[in-house]
Design a protein. Sequence first.
Length: 437
Amino acid sequence: MGFVKDRFKATADQQLLEIKGIIEKHGNTKLEDVTIAQAFQGMRGITGLVTETSLLDSNEGIRFRGFSIPELRDKLPKIENGNEPLPEGLFYLMLVGELPSHEDVEHISATWARRSHVPNHVFDVIEALPVSTHPMTQFCTAVLALQTESKFSKAYSEGISKKEYWDYVYEDTMTLIARLPRVAAYIYRRKYKNSEHIQPDGLLDWSGNFAHMLGFEDEGFKELMRLYLTIHADHEGGNVSAHATHLVGSALSDPYLSFAAGMAGLAGPLHGLANQEVIRWIEELQENLGTQEPSKEQIAEYIKTTLSQGKVVPGYGHAVLRKTDPRFTAQMEFAKTHCPENPTVKTVWNVYDVAPAILEATGKIKNPWPNVDAHSGALLKHYGLVEEDFYTVLFGVSRALGVLASLCWDRALNFPIERPKSVTTEWVKNFIEKQNA
């Protein structure tokens, strides 16, 4: 089966026994009470999912299998003479639960390279869309077109034991992740580069090859892609793209259909689309102030004006985090090494210096600190990837690592279909009346 696959199955089998024991002994233990506000306001904060790959702490930030982003940047394998972690290593960590060796990462890189050939009908489907179509719409459409390759769907239609589900989901996952950079790069070159496509280079790592197919040969950009695709990969299971993938997968939809659902969620302006909104706000700030490097005082007044108009400061605030997003910090450290004099990057840093205090002073914002979106656009623009509508596709390629690793775990642990209970507003009113009687 391949040693990574064998290790995943052995780990999953052991954990499945542990989970069965927990449910048998503690299945009726209540985790927490649910408030009426939580029921009405997006189920925020309700502990109702188990996701093995990562955990988000409001103060510590995201941890992948217990490792923080600074630890991953230090411990995950890198290319020779490289400084940023290879996303292949993070995928291995999320899947197997332990840090990979260089050989483990090379194995995954080679596997994805072998499986990266995209069937011609997928390109035909993309070409059938108007070039003006948003890149995320093209991306979701292409993922659905890839579904014809699903081994899980074929095996299920022929009849397989539920104990075998994980095997075919794993195979689909590896093939889908392998092909996503080719599909994404094809969309980019079609929409922005007159369909002058670049063939893949199987000798490069997954991120390096993606950068190559996009048309960027700068080693700094390839390093940025390795960092970007690592830190955007997962953010525990409750965010829209992760939860949508899990939810649709719980109905035994194959990884292609499940991932397409997650990408439809990522395309929303309150989720993955936010990264393009941030850089547009920064550029509007520069334009309105008449300078590429506005002072902190100018930025502070601009932020106050923005808030007085009932608008938000994009890239600031997070549903869970209550401190600066470690993913923001990682990108800031990257920028200090690679492009510290870039005017837009410096503006991002100056916004960071003044925005939190202003936002906190309003008394209306629980988290005045920047999230991952507050920095990524400035770095992409520095290297020449200026097409903001494409930024969410980059996010999607990265997010595949986490949500599909989680989907493998869902099937290995035999998680059932997700079906939470809902009530009506009338039911809530009657409940309140009874409580106050």
